[in-house]
Design a protein around this ligand. Structure first.
Ligand code: C2E
Ligand code: MG
Ligand code: MG
Length: 693
């Protein structure tokens, strides 16, 4: 490639000589320009592309070192050679000190060395340029990365710090330079808090890369501590000899916090912050191995809220979530800190009681929980009541591992539900048989509707004074192809638990309305038909509309339909119950409270509900002759019904004594085996014609 040479001299001989030697040189080709004045030269240099300058410092318009200084200021990166007289090289040396590349003595211009050294100078300058760019790039890179980088010499003294290292250590580059690395990078073991040897020292000693031990903490200049992670490596010179070391490290505090948070999230329930099933399993496993060693017991309590679904469906998920949080708090307050309350999901909680001396402990806690949960939870503007059913399994009797203990506690919980909810049951092996039965029933229930295995039976309600049939209660029967007739006590709770009660209940309602309409059309006298409504149906948003539709489609007058809802269902969320009851009332449907006396009614609510009928639970009627309490309750209910203008129907009347007692108290209506068992539709129609004798 052609090299451009600018000669600046007032001496034409010198110039010609140089042009000659360069023009014919083998190291060329050179393209030569010659000017005589500094001002001309400076002007020429403005347009660039000169590779080397040859200058005589004594010019017509500038004399001495001044000439060099001006040139150098104009083109600091272009190599400059001084043309100096042989007898006075002092000026040339001064220029070299200020940045000139060298000098040529006049009189030796003819030498072949001149073009050769010009070529070398140009080449060296180009290499320098590249090196400069590379160094610059490295510097910028090191200062832009977020990792801290510190370099040391062989003695472990710092010779380099990037910006991140300044920030991380709290030492500025100037403060740190020359100090031992251990002083600037003060590190300790996070656990033992002992000073840790800087890996750089080892790297220098062993001449191989090295990492920090996990859990290293860097103490910054101001005392702040940060967790770091690093790697360190030796630096080698051209000859491959170790000449120092470099350490690269970064702050892992955030990453560590993140990792901790992830671990927490993986083990806790997001809604209540209680341990989730993963952590619970872990804790049970630990507790089991401890119990094995100490020959002690532990208990697992499986809880399921009795009426959560209705609250969630009727008041919305937000309220449901708040209720779960409130329950979580209440549960935590019932146990010792060494116990674990966990949420399994939905409205299910599992509690692990450790150091359980005997099963008494578990019943104490279970009782405590039942009492604590029975108190109302104030959420938004609602006062909500929840109850829970608890199943208990005990180690070692009921299982040797976490899974079995939880499963058996779950089975016991179902048993508690069947026992009427709001109670606790210990697991017994016979329950597993029941659990299997439940599953079988559920599986069979699923096809019972489409296979038309259901029928409705009718039990008359009778006016106690006239013995006239006033109406009937529709009672569901399941005629299973193999098992024969199955009574609702065995399958309705299961249908409720799995939601099947909704389509089944809908079918009963339609069937009963259709049948009654038919009886009326053929002239049979029946005032009303009563249909049982389960909690799940009652709380559904589309329930009221569904009733309306069925009445419309079957053509039954609304006041011929009476809906029975149990007292406990109504009281669970009395405010929303009032709303639903009023909507039904507005349609003209009659409303009855079933199993009255078994729930915990608040009289103020009872007065506010638009109720037509109170049905005294049959347990009180049954005990009329034997228990004084029962007869007092029955009298009180009858009196109350009369004063609230509600009709009172006594359920389960099956003897003359009971009938006499009820009549004496002016109970208006009764229902029970004494008058008639529930009958198939055609039998009931026959009874309607003959009447009760
Ligand atoms: P319930 O609504 O309290 O119904 C009265 C229950 O008492 C009926 O039992 C009836 O056969 C029984 N009973 C009537 N008189 C006497 C008597 O003198 N002595 C005795 N010991 N019992 C008598 P059933 O038919 O087995 O129904 C049990 C429960 O199942 C009902 O209690 C009701 O809660 C529920 N159920 C029945 N049919 C349906 C339905 O279609 N839908 C819903 N959701 N639940 C239903
Ligand atoms: Mg009933
Ligand atoms: Mg009843």
């Amino acid at each position: 490639m052609t090299k451009r040479v600018l000669i600046i001299t007032g001496n034409a001989n010198d110039a010609n000589e140089l042009v000659n030697v360069l023009g014919t040189a083998r190291d060329g080709p050179f393209c030569i320009e010659w000017v005589t004045l500094l001002s001309e030269a400076l002007k020429r240099l403005l347009t660039g592309d000169i590779d080397v300058i040859l200058v005589d410092l004594l010019l017509a318009d500038s004399q001495g070192i001044e000439t060099f200084d001006q040139l150098f200021a104009a083109v600091p990166h272009t190599p400059i050679m001084i043309l100096s007289p042989m007898d006075n090289e002092r000026l040339a040396w001064e220029a070299v000190q200020r940045g000139a590349q060298g000098h040529l003595s006049k009189g030796y211009f003819g030498s072949y060395l001149v073009p050769q050294s010009l070529g070398q100078i140009i080449q060296r300058k180009a290499v320098e340029e590249t090196l400069f760019i590379e160094k610059n790039r490295a510097e910028i890179t090191l200062n832009s990365i977020s990792d801290a980088v510190i370099g040391t010499d062989m003695a472990g003294n710092i010779d380099y710090l990037n910006i991140a290292a300044e920030k991380m250590t709290g030492w500025s580059r100037d403060e740190a330079r020359g100090l031992p690395i251990s002083k600037v990078m003060h590190i300790i073991n996070g656990e033992t808090r002992e000073i840790e040897r800087n890996p750089v020292e080892l790297v220098l000693l062993e001449n191989k890369p090295m990492g920090l031990t996990a859990g290293t903490i860097l103490i910054q200049h101001d005392g702040t501590e940060v967790s770091i992670e690093d790697s360190s490596a030796p630096i080698h010179d051209l000859g491959g000899q170790i000449s120092g070391a470099v350490i690269v490290f970064h702050d892992i505090t955030v990453a560590q916090e993140m990792a901790l948070k992830m671990a927490y999230l993986a083990q806790h329930d997001f809604l209540t912050s209680l341990p989730n099933r993963v952590l619970l399993n872990d804790r049970i496993m630990q507790a089991i191995s401890l119990a094995k060693r100490n020959d002690s017991h532990l208990a697992v309590l499986f809880l399921d809220l009795d009426n959560f679904k209705y609250i969630n469906d009727s008041l919305g998920h937000e309220t449901g979530d708040k209720l779960l949080q409130s329950v979580a708090q209440a549960l935590s307050a019932c146990v010792r800190s060494s116990d674990t309350v966990s949420r399994q999901g939905g409205d299910e909680f599992v509690i692990l009681l450790t150091q359980d001396k005997n099963s008494e402990d578990a019943s104490l806690t279970a009782n405590k929980i039942l009492t604590a949960l029975a108190m109302s939870h104030s959420i938004a503007k609602h006062k909500l009541h929840v109850t829970t059913s608890i199943g208990i399994s005990v180690y070692p009797a009921d299982g040797q591992d976490a899974e079995t203990l939880i499963k058996n506690a779950d089975t016991a919980m179902y048993h508690a539900k069947e026992k009427g909810r709001n109670n606790y049951q210990f697991f017994s092996s016979s329950m597993n048989v029941r659990a299997v039965e439940r599953q079988v029933i559920e599986a069979n229930l699923r096809r019972a509707l489409e296979q038309q295995e259901f029928v409705v039976h009718y039990q008359p309600k009778v006016n106690l004074n006239t013995n006239m049939i006033t109406g009937a209660e529709a009672l569901l029967r399941w005629i299973h192809p193999k098992w024969g007739m199955v009574l609702p006590g065995r399958f309705v709770p299961i249908a409720e638990a799995c939601g099947l009660i909704v389509p089944i209940g809908n079918w009963v309602l339609r069937e009963a309305c259709e049948q009654t309409k038919l009886w009326k059309e053929v002239g049979l006298k029946i005032d009303s038909i009563t249909v049982n409504i389960s909690a799940l149906e009652f709380r559904r948003n589309d329930f009221v509309d569904g009733v309306q539709t069925i009445l419309h489609e079957t053509g039954l007058e609304p006041d011929c339909l009476q809906l029975e809802i149990t007292e406990s269902v109504l009281m669970r969320d009395a405010e929303s119950s009032t709303i639903i009851l009023n909507q039904l009332k507005d349609m003209g449907v009659q409303l009855a409270v079933d199993d009255f006396g078994t729930g915990y009614s608040s009289l103020s609510y009872l007065r506010q509900f638009p109720i037509d009928v109170l049905k005294i639970d049959r347990s009180f009627v049954r005990d009329i002759d034997s228990s004084k309490d029962s007869s007092i309750i029955v009298s009180a209910v009858i009196a109350m019904g009369n004063s609230l203008k509600q009709r009172v129907v006594a359920e389960g009347v099956d003897s003359q004594i009971q009938l006499d007692f009820l009549k004496a108290l002016q109970c208006e209506e009764g229902q029970g085996y004494f008058f008639s068992r529930p009958l198939a539709a055609d039998q009931f129609a026959a009874l309607l014609t003959t009447g009760i004798r």
